[in-house]
Design a protein around this ligand. Structure first.
Ligand SMILES: Cc1cc2nc3c(=O)[nH]c(=O)nc-3n(C[C@H](O)[C@H](O)[C@H](O)COP(=O)(O)OP(=O)(O)OC[C@H]3O[C@@H](n4cnc5c(N)ncnc54)[C@H](O)[C@@H]3O)c2cc1C
Length: 376
């Protein structure tokens, strides 16, 4: 169904995970959808490549499927610092580690199957949003649409063009990703801590792991210095071949006042994000995409604004907690040791992280952890 005088109901800028998910969700509501991306598949990106059970549930509701043997399951999360080590399992489903181009390929297939029109190598150079309609400018074409969706990532230009950039709070960290050809040594997604640096390791295949290192300040040779500070991890990786070229990234935790204005809405990293260490970026993107389609079907983008705020609440809380642990090495050491002695505390934290427990239960688990810390 296309409104008269328009080329499409929905025009989406950006064909990354958020844009493709938004396209699929909108098609499922019966809207005509065009996606324009400046690049072309396979699109790779610096990412930890870990998808939590809730991320997979959202993907499944969009109808995206993986082939047997793609990616690698993981059963929970481990925190590791020197000799301290604590793990907790997801209570129901497992997570999956999957290379980004594979994830994107599956989303592209699903979008095509749903009838989404995909324009690759098509950078958007401007938009004109309005109260009722707008247009999206490509180098050789203008697309008139009822709704315009900015899914153009962290540095979103749609955010700027539509006036949604103002009053944003941003906290940035620096990251780098490598793939190593090595049999995963753990069935958990591991978060390693040392000083002000973290590394997380996701099993992504029978013979491959993805490693992301993160630090507060930009550093040359971030990977080498992280592995020097974490010799226990460096030893595991020594001698393993690299499976791709190293990719750097900035991880931003951005809070926007609004994710929608008139007929323009933002999804995924364009709409603000959480720190990469939470492994929640993809889940948020997929759940936002579904909420946005519901709001378009109700012809009320303010409904999306409310859903967006609610979805961001828990991951943001978790981001703050992880960043606080990252900045306070001495407290963190004690926290990990207390968790090692009381592994149910990490299980509770994980249950909150995956949405099985509420944010208030996180506060109560935090209080219990605080009491144990004081008792040490
Ligand atoms: C180091 C790191 C590790 C991470 N690890 C995890 C993890 O383990 N698990 C997890 O769930 N999340 C993780 N994340 C977060 C996750 O990667 C992001 O949330 C996710 O990529 C957001 O997808 P997106 O579609 O919003 O943006 P992107 O993936 O950035 O896609 C944006 C798309 O828009 C296109 N585009 C940009 N500008 C234009 C334009 N003008 N015209 C047309 N197209 C345009 C780009 O080509 C791109 O394809 C991590 C992030 C970082 C930085």
């Amino acid at each position: 169904m296309s409104y008269s005088g328009q080329d499409t109901d929905v025009c989406i800028v950006g064909g990354g995970p958020a844009g493709l998910a938004a396209a699929i969700a909108a098609r499922k509501k019966g809207f005509s959808v065009i996606v324009a991306d400046g690049a072309a598949p396979p699109i790779d990106k610096s990412c930890g490549e870990g998808m939590m059970p809730e991320t997979l549930a959202a993907l499944e509701s969009l109808g995206a499927k993986f082939e047997h043997g793609e990616g690698q399951n993981f059963r929970g999360i481990s925190f590791i610092q020197e000799s301290a080590h604590v793990s907790a399992d997801f209570s129901r489903e497992q997570g999956i580690g999957l290379r980004r181009p594979v994830l994107q390929g599956r989303l592209v297939e699903r979008a095509e199957e749903c009838g989404v029109q995909l324009l690759w190598n098509s950078p958007v150079t401007g938009i004109v949003g309005g109260v009722d309609a707008g247009s999206v400018q490509l180098p050789k074409r203008t697309i008139r649409a009822r709704w315009i969706v900015g899914a153009d990532g962290q540095g979103s230009r749609v955010r700027r063009w539509s006036g949604l950039n103002s009053l944003a709070r941003v906290r940035q960290r620096y990251a780098s990703r490598r793939h190593y050809r090595i049999k995963p040594w753990s069935s958990y997604m591991e978060i390693h801590w040392a000083g002000n640096i973290q590394a997380y390791v996701t099993p992504i295949g029978k013979e491959e792991v993805c490693v992301v290192v993160m630090a507060q300040a930009a550093k040359e040779n971030l990977f080498e210095s992280a592995l020097r500070e974490m010799p226990w991890l460096g030893e595991k990786l020594s001698g393993a071949q690299l499976g791709s070229r190293e990719r750097g990234a900035v991880s931003s935790m951005r809070t926007l006042r609004h994710a929608q204005r008139h007929n323009v809405a933002l999804v995924g990293d364009a709409s603000g994000g959480v720190d990469a260490i939470t492994g929640e970026g993809l889940r948020l993107a997929f759940q936002q995409a579904i909420a946005l389609a519901d709001a378009m079907a109700a012809n009320d983008l303010t409904q999306y604004q409310r859903a967006h705020r609610k979805l961001a609440h828990r991951p943001r809380l978790m981001s703050h907690l992880m960043l606080w642990l990252g900045r306070n090495p001495r407290i963190r050491s004690r926290v990990i040791r207390v968790m090692q002695e009381n592994p149910h505390l990490l299980s509770r934290l994980l249950a909150t992280h995956t949405g099985e427990e509420s944010a208030s239960q996180l506060v109560s688990a935090g209080a219990r952890l605080g009491l144990r810390l004081l008792a040490r």
